[in-house]
Design a protein. Structure first.
Lengths: 158, 410
């Protein structure tokens, strides 16, 4: 079992304490709500898209544990300025990381790699991925609500 | 409080094999009995003995083995009737659990009686299983769900509940003990108020049955629901107690084998209680295990269990308050077995994960009581809950674990 310091790395604790882009967005193009019915956690992600579909601005608000808040915060920092296809690729890489799925090569996740410890805690995978599901839903639908339970791949142990 | 040789519960831990196991290399500290209790050897042995010696279907065979299985099942019903203080064993209906028991009452008692505009009264501290079945039947009938308020301390406002009892109130349903906060509701008073207006009362006894001395007749409860797995028994079985006259007047909840007097394609007639409400082959071994569980609790003594848990709850409540930034959620004057809390700037899930690394099992979340969480202004709480087998050493381990939680987030 991973130790607590592997899960709660200092960068995660920092983002939990001072989440980036933690605000409501006026005039957003897209908005999605993510719910974790297991624990009642909720967050909302807002997006502003450029003419070519790049994410010009992204923000979030919500209640959640350190893992979910830090994950959402670091996600906003990671996806700003990226194209939709780049964000979807990043989603897939992040998903593989936190579920411990074997990948052919180490995904180029940069700072997001600190969430690697989550794979040792299957019950917390949903916490780390909630904001990403909301982001993906916001990219795919103008006004979406997603729950972690709608994604079978996020069942504990998956 | 110390556990001494004079304590009637001193040897309890040895009865629970799982308490001797390790969690992640650490001795198991199990503080989640409000979610599900652990099982004593006496219950495990009873289930094993049934499957090894007495197993057959009930009420069917003419052979001796089936007769023994039937006798074991009936003996379990009699044991539960005695445990709850029911007037007759046939007032005890075996269900899958508290949830199914409440759904049974919603569909078989309430649904045929409710008209549009009628009211069902619950409280603001109910478990989802004592909210959603009433919402379903309200949708089916046009009835309205009314909610008696809860104070900041997590206590029912009885005067407001009384004011909500009206001409259209057809049923009151409330928790005897709150699963999220441990509040013991003044159910005798609520029943008195409701009965004064001729309104029947259902008690969700899931959290009360393992912890408090109970007598449904003395309380005057019309329905009482509880779950075996929270009272040292197997999962997958629970109990609906209903007063005979009410159960007799209710149509069956499910149709099938074992619940009929006769069947023809034109018309079937129902078996008498309790078979009318037990369609299909029941969880026979589960009932046998539950019978053993109530026998076990009776041997320990419910007064002794309640006293032990009360002292432990007081001790643990005082000790967790040593943790900086910790706030106890639910400070009712009357509480049983549950210690819910939050720590400033630390989410309950993080508390739960870090405690788990020390072998300490607590519940973190909304405890299937989201409306109550909203009322108290918290998204979730961490909850430690106690049973007869917990000791001050468990509470001390919890406090030490919480110090480590603080250290991670320092």
């Amino acid at each position: 079992m991973a130790t607590m310091s592997e899960l709660y790395q200092s960068v995660i604790l920092d983002h939990n304490r001072s989440p980036r882009n933690y605000r409501r967005m006026e005039g957003a193009d897209r908005k999605a709500q993510g719910n974790n019915p297991l624990c009642g956690d909720q967050l909302t992600v807002w997006l502003k898209l450029g003419p070519d579909g790049t994410i010009e601005d992204v923000s979030f608000l919500g209640s959640g544990c350190a893992i979910s808040k830090a994950s959402a915060s670091m996600m906003t920092a990671a996806v700003k300025g990226k194209r939709r296809d780049e964000v979807i690729a990043l989603f897939d890489q992040f998903h593989a990381l936190v579920t411990g799925a074997p990948t052919a090569e180490a995904p180029p996740l940069g700072k997001l790699a600190v969430f690697g410890g989550v794979a040792e805690f299957p019950i917390r995978v949903k916490c780390a991925s909630l904001s990403w599901h909301a982001l993906k839903a916001a990219l795919e639908h103008p006004d979406a609500v997603v729950t972690t339970d709608t994604d079978a791949s996020h069942q504990p142990g998956a | 409080m110390t556990i001494t040789a004079a304590d009637p519960l001193a040897s309890v831990r040895a009865d629970f094999p799982i308490l001797g196991t390790k969690a992640g290399g650490r001795p198991l500290v199990y503080l989640d009995s409000a979610a599900s209790s652990q099982k004593p050897r006496q219950v495990i042995d009873a289930v094993r003995h049934f499957y090894e010696r007495d197993n057959a279907n009930i009420h069917r065979g003419v052979y001796g083995l089936s007769v023994r299985a039937t006798e074991a099942y009936d003996a379990a019903r009699a044991a539960v009737a005695r445990y709850l203080g029911a007037a007759h064993p046939h007032e005890i209906i075996f269900t899958r659990g508290t949830t199914e028991a409440i759904n049974l009452v919603a569909q078989s008692y309430a649904r045929p009686r409710l008209r549009a505009g009628d009211e069902i009264l619950i409280t603001g501290m109910e478990h989802h299983s004592n909210i959603v079945p009433w919402q379903l039947v309200a949708e089916q009938t046009g009835a309205v769900l009314r909610v008696a308020p809860v104070t900041d301390a997590g206590e029912l406002v009885v005067e407001e509940l009384a004011a909500l009892l009206g001409e259209r109130t057809k049923l009151v349903a409330l928790a005897h003990v709150s699963n999220a906060l441990g509040t013991v509701n003044p159910v005798a008073k609520v029943i008195e108020l409701a009965h004064a207006r001729g309104i029947p009362v259902l008690l969700d006894g899931a959290q009360a049955a393992p912890h408090l001395p109970l007598d449904v007749q003395a309380l005057g409860a019309d329905f009482f629901a509880c779950s075996s797995h929270k009272m040292f028994g197997p999962t997958g079985i629970g109990v609906l107690y209903g007063r005979e006259a009410l159960l007799d007047a209710m149509p069956p909840y499910q149709g099938g084998g074992d619940m009929i007097a006769s069947v023809s394609f034109e018309k079937s007639t129902w078996a008498p209680l309790p078979a009318k409400f037990e369609a299909g082959t029941p969880h026979i071994a589960g009932a046998v295990g539950l019978g053993a569980a109530v026998g076990y609790i009776e041997r320990l003594g419910r007064e002794a269990i309640a006293a032990h848990e009360h002292a432990l709850l007081e001790y643990a409540t005082a000790r967790v308050r040593e943790i900086p930034g910790l706030r106890v959620v639910g400070t009712a004057a009357e509480k049983a077995s549950v210690l819910s809390f939050v720590i400033e700037d630390i989410h309950p899930h993080d508390i739960g994960t870090i405690l788990d690394a020390s072998g300490i099992c607590i519940r973190a979340g909304h405890h299937c009581a989201q409306p109550l969480m909203r009322r108290l202004g918290v998204a979730a709480t961490a909850r430690a809950s106690f049973a007869a087998y917990n000791t001050t050493a468990d509470a001390d381990a919890l406090v030490e674990g919480l110090r480590q939680v603080r250290a991670v987030f320092a």
